[in-house]
Design a protein around this ligand. Sequence first.
Ligand code: ADP
Length: 483
Amino acid sequence: MLQKTSHFMKQANLIGGEWVEADSGQTIDVINPATGLKFGTVPKSGKAETARAITAAAKAFESWKKTSAAERARLMRKLHDLIIENQDALAELLTLEQGKPLAEAKGEIGMSAAYILWYAEEARRVYGDTVPSPWADRRILVTKEPVGVVAAITPWNFPSSMLARKIGPALASGCTAVVKPATQTPYSGLAWGVLCEEAGIPDGVINILTGSASEIGGELTRNPLVRKLTFTGSTEVGKILIKQSADTVKKVSMELGGNAPFIVFDDADMDRAVEGAIAAKFRNSGQTCVCTNRFFAQAGIYDRFVERLAAAAEKLKVGNGLEDGTQQGPLIDEGAVEKVEELITDAEAKGGKVVTGGKRSTLGLTYFEPTVITDAKPDMRFFKEEIFGPVAPVYKFGTEQEAVDLANSTEYGLACYFYTQDLGRTFRVMEGLKYGLIGVNEGMITTVEAPFGGLKESGLGKEGGHQGIEDYLDTKYVCIGGL
Ligand code: ADP
């Protein structure tokens, strides 16, 4: 391990500027999925520690909200620079706990830095309005203020950048936060505490807890001092958190599951489509909410697309993410592999054929071979369920309308992709797809400048873009009379 990596690997929680253990002294083991071995522990915090962290955040809010936007932007630029200076160490820590190839981990850390810089810039552009008044003797002002204490709960697939999207707008707007990273990947989350301290962000502005998800989540949603909850994770847990937040009417932002379609029309540029398909399916071993879950290929190019996709998938190098040249790391845990196996068995029983892969890699543990399945049908489980693994089912379709209807027949609406060279079709399909993120002839579209967020049961609110700060702000209307 790089010396700097251990510097960022904090095995404690950050509450009000202090690094502390759980009250009970209990810990949770953290496992490296590439080796199956424990490489550290984190505190098993619960309700009491969460309540203290919220109190610390509420206290820090009183002074942090009064800092100028320029001052917050200055500290955030420092935070950005620290991330870039330590990109290698932070990436190594991420790969150790999450398993993704080091090159992807470096990319994720770069993305984290980019979110912080973007929101450092946006901090100074939180404008209000003056509105033409219907009364001669009164004036109308609309002002924006930080909402207060923000709770953030994040998943294991992007343990650093999912927090950047939440910490960035929170800091920029003048909010304080209590953060709970995923239990499987806590260190990239706790590393934000070290970075914020070194950047000079005041104590209590960012608090970070690990431990029991239901206890911490329970207190974060119950406590009236928390005014906003931002969550990235499964739709199932998101719905629980929305319900729990109802009693105190918190603002909620939800980045939930997806069931991304990837449509290849007969007139597509095949080289480009295959390249995009590999990126949109196999990045992070298929463990992202924008990963393709269903490929739809038009009848005229179906066989050719399947063949090309399988040939490209076969070439992907599976291995430990820290080793040079690895393109597919292990899946996060045994449960993830079992789910993938169940989905493949179900598909095969219903007539699906494995063209390549379909089984665990000879490397053992949670390594799985990149898989392509042909003759996929809508009655197979993975038509509706998120695969979250390196399995690419390919469905055949005839007409444009059929493709759009199939793509939309899901309760999800996060990312989708389609490949065509026809301009009219581009607009018809783009307007027909009920998705928050659309890649046209592109398989990787996430960037800090654009609003990321799903429709339907994929979520509420946007992260990134100038829209991403709105949910961290309260709007006030002021009427000044007697002029
Ligand atoms: P994934 O399938 O990606 O693990 P989850 O929705 O299970 O998605 O987890 C996302 C985050 O939500 C993690 O930090 C996890 O610990 C947390 N979490 C899971 N269950 C709850 C809960 N009941 N209350 C609050 N947070 C939860």
